[in-house]
Write a protein that binds this ligand. Structure first.
Ligand code: NAD
Length: 276
């Protein structure tokens, strides 16, 4: 392989959970724009319909299916259908995730971060905890398992998990279950990477910082929130889904063949601390 082919995903079969919006959509675009056949799985049927139509109109090989990652049997069936449609599976993005509601302080940035009773431990319901774990941790486990059923026999493939800077650094604005789920996903990534390394399958995680998407009812789209956050981020700007495409392509392509079990933070330096 020449170095000009290192980032080629031409002809690959790809599945992206939570692929109809935000980061998942950026992963789908990055791979499809580079010649892969992509299946988007998401709970949002309307978004699937419009995004798939847009990408197909642009000449890309993209299909979608309404699947909730908490329905593990449906997830298995959707992977089977994607393999049947594309003829192969090379890359699976375990990306679907939800916001976990209020944390124990309010306000993303700045000195004003008042305590928030609604997000305090004593008021944190089992229902809320279980829902976040079910989507953000159990859904990732089930996605990895669905993918592995296809990848292990062929002895090749890439699994890419979306974790978060919250897997490393606790963020009090986000609820506790999100921290636990993302840290769990990060360690699950290492464990699965160890199990699958001998089969030529790499398993890595992308840990984004503050990226403007629709998560949490799109709170990050508020210009005031972006301006406040930008002050805390060493690169002095928030992130956008396009920022993540290069890393996705790297982890999906032959360029990363010898990288496994790693969590790569992509956050404009936010996790490093406060600069100026
Ligand atoms: N945006 C950020 O700042 C940020 C930072 C760190 C990590 N993340 C992670 O990135 C991932 C993608 O989030 P995003 O920011 O792009 O949000 P988003 O809301 O824009 O996109 C998430 C997509 O997942 C889908 N989804 C939600 N629950 C699902 C389920 N049960 N089954 C299938 N699909 C489901 C949604 O319908 C949506 O299309 C999540 O795992 C999130 O935790 C986001």
């Amino acid at each position: 392989m020449t170095s000009s082919e290192l980032f080629s995903v031409e002809g690959y079969g790809v599945v992206v959970t939570g692929g109809a919006s935000g980061l998942g959509l950026a992963f789908a675009e990055a791979l499809a724009e580079n010649g892969a056949a992509v299946t988007i799985l998401d709970v949002d049927g309307k978004a699937i319909e419009s995004e798939v139509a847009r990408l197909v109109d642009a000449g890309h090989d993209v299909r979608g299916e309404v699947v909730d990652v908490t329905d593990h049997a449906r997830l298995d069936a959707a992977f089977d259908a994607a393999v049947a449609a594309h003829g192969r599976l090379d890359v699976a993005f375990a990306n679907a995730g939800i916001d976990s509601g209020p944390g124990f302080v309010s306000g993303w940035a700045g000195a004003e971060r008042p305590r928030n009773y609604d997000g305090a431990l004593e008021t944190y319901t089992d229902e809320r905890w279980n829902r976040v774990i079910d989507v953000n941790l159990n859904g990732v486990f089930a996605t990895i398992r669905s993918a592995t059923r296809h990848l292990r026999p062929q002895r090749s493939g890439r699994i890419i998990v979306t974790t978060s800077l919250a897997a490393i650094k606790t963020e009090p604005v986000i609820g506790a279950a999100y921290m636990a789920a993302k840290a769990g996903c990060a360690h699950l990534t290492r464990n699965v990477a160890l199990e699958l390394a001998a089969y030529g399958i790499t398993v890595n995680a992308i840990a984004p910082g503050f990226i403007v998407t629709n998560i949490g009812s799109g709170h990050a789209k508020d210009p005031a929130a972006q301006e406040a956050m930008a002050k805390d981020i060493p690169m002095h700007r928030v992130g956008f889904p396009d920022d993540i495409k290069g890393l996705a392509l790297f982890l999906a392509s032959p360029a990363s063949a010898y990288v496994t079990g790693q969590q790569i933070v992509i956050d404009g330096g936010w996790g490093l601390g406060l600069a100026d």
